[in-house]
Ligand binder design. Structure first.
Ligand SMILES: Nc1ncnc2c1ncn2[C@@H]1O[C@H](COP(=O)(O)OP(=O)(O)OP(=O)(O)O)[C@@H](O)[C@H]1O
Ligand SMILES: O=C(O)c1ccc[n+]([C@@H]2O[C@H](COP(=O)([O-])O)[C@@H](O)[C@H]2O)c1
Length: 189
C-alpha cells in the first residue's frame, strides 16, 4: 500500500510554485509519490488553455529527475471536462490499495464549496491545502494544512511575462523555458 499525492493542475505552464508545493507535501506527509495530473478542460476556468500535448510535455520536463514525481495523463486521455470526482473514482478503482491525497493551493481551498459533487468527493479523498498569497487554507471541509514557503508565482503571470518578453529565469525550470521558446508558446500573436 502506497501513499500517493495527486497534484491536479492546468500547468499552463508548470512553475516552481507547483514543484515546491509537491516536494514539501511529499516530505511532510511522507508520501511515496506525487502524481502530476494535467487537466483536459478545467472545470472552472473560462479562458482556453494551451493544447494538452504541450502542457503534458512541459510537466514531463518539469518533474524530470525527481524519483518521487510521476506524470498521470488520465484526464487528458479521458477528454471532456476534468471533474476531480471522476478522476479520483477512476484512480481508486485502478489502485484499490493506495491512499490518495489531493493537493491544492489556498485559492482552490476557498473554491472547494463550488467543486462538482464536493460532498461525495471529500468522502473519497483526503484534501491537502497549501498556503498561497491572498487566500486562506481554512475550510469547512476536512483539509490537512501543510505550510510551504510562500511562492507568489502563477502561470498567468508567466504567460504575460513571456508575451511582454520579460525574463522568467528561475520562475520555472530551464527545460520548460526552453520548450516554451522552441514551440513559441505564449508570444503575442
Ligand atoms: N504559487 C503557488 N503557491 C501555492 N499553490 C499554487 C501556486 N501555484 C499554483 N498552485 C496550486 O497548484 C494547482 C494547479 O495550479 P494551476 O496549474 O492552475 O497554476 P496557476 O499558477 O494557479 O495558474 P493560472 O495563473 O493560469 O490560474 C492549484 O491547486 C493551485 O492552487
Ligand atoms: O472537480 C471540480 O469541480 C474542480 C473544480 C476546480 C478545480 N478542480 C481541480 O483542481 C485542480 C487545480 O485546478 P486549476 O484550475 O487551478 O489548475 C485541477 O486538477 C482541477 O481539475 C476541480
Amino acid at each position: 500500500m502506497k501513499k500517493i499525492g495527486l497534484l491536479g493542475g492546468t500547468f499552463d505552464p508548470p512553475h516552481i510554485g507547483h514543484l515546491i508545493m509537491a516536494e514539501e507535501v511529499c516530505e511532510k506527509l511522507q508520501l511515496d509519490e506525487v502524481w502530476f495530473i494535467p487537466v483536459n478542460v478545467p472545470p472552472h476556468k473560462e479562458a482556453s488553455t494551451t493544447h494538452g500535448e504541450h502542457r503534458l510535455e512541459m510537466v514531463k520536463r518539469a518533474i524530470e529527475g525527481n524519483k518521487h514525481f510521476k506524470l498521470e495523463p488520465i484526464e487528458l486521455k479521458r477528454k471532456g471536462i476534468s471533474y476531480t470526482v471522476d478522476t479520483v473514482k477512476q484512480l481508486k478503482d485502478k489502485h484499490p490499495k493506495h491512499t490518495f491525497y489531493f493537493i491544492i493551493g489556498a485559492d482552490m481551498v476557498e473554491y472547494l464549496p463550488k467543486w462538482h459533487q464536493i460532498k461525495e468527493l471529500v468522502q473519497l479523498v483526503q484534501f491537502v491545502g497549501v498556503n498561497r498569497t491572498g487566500y486562506k487554507v481554512k475550510s469547512d471541509f476536512n483539509v490537512i494544512e501543510v505550510p510551504i514557503p510562500f511562492v507568489d508565482i502563477s502561470s498567468s503571470q508567466i504567460r504575460d511575462r513571456v508575451g511582454e518578453k520579460i525574463t522568467t529565469k528561475y520562475w520555472l525550470p530551464d527545460s520548460v523555458r526552453r520548450y516554451i521558446r522552441e514551440q513559441d508558446l505564449y508570444g503575442k500573436k
